[in-house]
Design a protein around this ligand. Sequence first.
Ligand code: MG
Length: 164
Amino acid sequence: MENMDQHCVALLKERGVTLEDIAECARFLQADYHQNLTREELMTSVKAVLSKREVQNAIMTAVELDKLAEEGKMSDKELEGALRRDEPLYGVDEVLAYGICNLYGSIALTNFGYIDKKKYGVIDRLNQAGKGDGVCNTFIDDIVGAIAAAAASRFAHRDAKEGN
Ligand code: MG
């Protein structure tokens, strides 16, 4: 793994998210299409998504904003309040996540919408923890959902290439 990959894996870990958690979300998303994917195949797909610079930039931005809000260090207290409350109409957290999905086409975007609604696995845990006092997971839950959505969509693209 490259340095930036490792940096982003460490940032995710710091926020309570492992690559296995994301691979599990990707497994959930593609379970109707490919039942026999191995843990290794899922992890490889998650790592491929994480190796993209735009994905890394989204992770760094998301984690930094959540941490600044959580620690009360934002200079704009209106924005800080919106992030701490995870206001449903804020929406920029999802827009940042779309940036990841857009690298992988419309299947990734559809997958993201689905897992965002279902709040599966680690996404549910992040969401619940974010409702607690002093924890801000406003950005990270969407980023994790988008990485899983992108990782799952890679299997569909791979099959299309193989003519399956
Ligand atoms: Mg969010």
